[in-house]
Design a protein around this ligand. Structure first.
Ligand code: G6P
Length: 368
């Protein structure tokens, strides 16, 4: 068993450490020497791409959180309006699906019943379906019109880590590919993103070298009953994923909020010592995020920030800062989630939980 886990105590830890490799494999042969992307496996012709009127993304759980990042990135790069739905809700709200709607289904296993049902609804209404999945030959892969595989390799731990980050990489590549065809971004902007993408694997490696700070914070958190994650823009999407990760395996009640929304209600829950994890990697929003952190501090909250290295203003406000390497503003989710995956892992470990097989949950849910 230890050999299966590559010397790691749990599959989850092994899979967290496999992320640099998963990023590389998911990018491999899809990024050329220069700044172009080639997604030859998807058969969307330039004419098709130019005719896309809207994009709907459907997914569940962690894959849904990847899709939320996808909306932000695809809209920014292509200016095509994107809606994201939890797959179990999609069919029942009578979504406006047209022939020029592209429906993107995101699923690690490719077997999630809700996601399959949403895809079928889309096809029934004449939309093209593109799947982002990790399993070759899965139902989602077979039923989709186009498939973009994530090459994360088999994911065993119930709590998804490398599949999520590989989904992010696939989404970045897809957004670049669409924007290249549509000419909605200039070559320089695309080149910047691609340079940033290429650096990610090494940057993740550097974050995995020394995890002592995360382990110390996890020890502190293992005794709490509630905590909050806040963030603005893309940081909010990562907050949702980090919060889910922590809940799934540590069983600590946790909620994620848009940082600016906290004051409209949930701030009432902040007491002396309530831990709040504040993501602050979106530096164009930094001042606003810091003022939200101050609101929390003023009520006695204990703030752990996640920020890009060299961010001094946050260090002056938060109680602890987990630094991540600097990258392109759109790429921060692929880095900032890593210490938070580790935080969930070490918190669950400190509580003595069954990290790889959390209670009540299944790796893949094949019932609606
Ligand atoms: C289950 C798993 C989650 C996962 C979700 C969607 O609930 O426990 O970790 O995110 O299904 O799975 P999928 O395979 O479609 O990505």
């Amino acid at each position: 068993i230890m050999a299966e886990k590559g010397g790691y105590e749990h599959f989850m830890l092994k899979e967290i450490h496999e992320q640099p490799r998963a990023y590389r494999d998911t990018m491999l042969s899809r990024i050329g020497e220069g700044s172009e992307t080639t997604l030859s496996e998807i058969q969307l012709t330039p004419e098709r791409i130019k005719s896309i009127g809207s994009i709907h993304m459907v997914a569940c759980g962690t894959a849904y959180h990847a899709a939320l990042v996808g909306k932000a990135v695809i809209e920014r790069l292509t200016r095509i309006p994107v809606e994201v739905d939890v797959a179990s809700e999609y069919r029942y709200r009578q979504p406006v699906i047209k022939e020029n709607t592209l429906v993107i289904a995101v699923s690690q296993s490719g077997e999630t019943a809700d996601t399959l049902a949403a895809m079928r609804e889309a096809k029934l209404n004449g939309a093209q379906v593109l799947a982002i999945t990790n399993v070759v030959g899965s139902s989602v892969a077979r039923e989709a019109d186009h498939v973009l595989f994530t090459w994360a390799g088999p994911e065993i731990a119930v709590a998804s880590t490398k599949a999520y980050t590989s989904q992010l990489i696939a989404i970045y590549l897809l957004a670049l590919h669409l924007s290249q065809t549509l000419n909605t971004t200039d070559a320089l902007a695309r080149a910047e993103l691609i340079q940033g993408l290429k650096k990610l694997p090494e940057q993740v490696e550097s974050m995995l070298e020394d995890t002592r700070q995360v382990q110390r914070i996890a020890q502190e958190l293992s005794g709490v009953s509630d905590l909050f994650f806040i963030g603005r823009g893309l940081d909010q999407m990562v907050a949702l994923e980090a919060s889910l990760k922590l809940k799934e395996i540590s069983y600590i009640h946790s909620e994620a909020y848009a940082a600016g929304e906290l004051k409209h209600g949930s701030l009432a829950l902040i007491e002396d010592g309530t831990p709040v994890i504040a993501l602050a990697t979106q530096e164009h929003l930094l001042e606003k995020t810091i003022s939200n952190v101050k609101e929390v501090k003023a009520r006695g909250g204990h703030v752990i920030a996640v920020a890009l290295s060299g961010n001094m203003p946050i260090a002056g406000t938060a109680d602890d800062v987990l630094y991540v390497p600097r990258t392109h503003a759109l790429l921060t989710p692929a880095l900032s989630v890593v210490p938070l995956q580790l935080l969930a892992y070490y918190t669950a470990l400190a509580k003595g939980n069954d990290v790889d097989k959390p209670r009540n949950l299944a790796k893949s849910v094949t019932v609606e």
